[in-house]
Design a protein around this ligand. Structure first.
Ligand code: DX5
Ligand code: ZN
Length: 215
């Protein structure tokens, strides 16, 4: 069992984003996770389409945009034009996700749905068959460096069972407080997002490899 690894740029050195993305690709990362925050859905404010567009030519990795924003519908086209490969929005920001999922797919992007820790997994199950990706938050969205919420692991197990019973190829991505120890608690996941563990490790290649092979 090997995980795909998606380093979160939120924990990177913002003074050299281009070098960081190139170093992550060289170190074996599979995706680049972009934490997009609008200071409304979460209090933090990070990057927008121009930053992603600037880095697009520097890497062939999948740019995985995690929209922690109040009005995700306003950002689909800008992020598609900037070069995002997948757009994940929050169910809590969009009670009727089907329309947004269709719009993302019409832009030829992968469509993902994310759940905050307090949102029950059964709220997302009706949309599973139309989703390429489900992002399970294992911390409260808004900041990196938080502690993994162990009880969220149950959602990943339920989700995997449902994906298997529906025989769909939806990927499970987990995000928040991920390191080789906490990743062991979510063995059914396909993609691990990790910020502080990778960027504070001092060696991107080793930390990515340890995450990839930790179960
Ligand atoms: C939190 C973000 C996560 C976070 C992960 O709102 O969605 O992607 O940056 O960072 P770590 O791995 O440090 O918890
Ligand atoms: Zn994220």
């Amino acid at each position: 069992m090997e995980f795909l690894i998606a380093p979160s740029l939120l924990a990177s050195d913002f003074s050299k984003l281009g070098e960081e993305v190139k170093a992550l690709e060289k170190a074996g990362a599979d995706w680049i996770h972009w934490d997009i925050m609008d200071s409304h859905f979460v209090s933090n404010l990070t990057f927008g389409p121009p930053a992603l567009k600037a880095l697009r030519p520097l890497s062939s990795l999948i740019f995985d945009a995690h929209l922690m924003v109040e009005k995700p519908e306003n950002l689909l086209l800008p992020f598609a034009e900037a070069g995002a490969d997948s757009i994940t929005f929050h169910l809590e920001a969009c009670p009727n996700p089907l329309d947004l999922i269709k719009k993302i797919k019409a832009l030829n992007l992968k469509a993902g749905l994310s759940l905050k820790p307090n949102t029950p997994i059964d709220k997302a199950l009706p949309f599973l068959e139309s989703l390429d990706l489900i992002l399970i938050m294992t911390v409260e969205p808004g900041e990196g460096g938080q502690t993994f919420l162990t009880e969220q692991a149950e959602k990943v197990k339920i989700l995997k069972n449902k994906i298997n019973s529906l025989n769909v190829s939806t990927l499970i991505e987990v995000d928040g407080g991920i390191n080789p120890e906490t990743a062991k608690k979510v063995p059914q996941a396909d993609v691990l997002v990790s910020g502080n563990y990778i960027f504070k490790s001092g060696n991107y290649t080793t930390s990515i490899s340890q995450l990839r092979h930790c179960v």
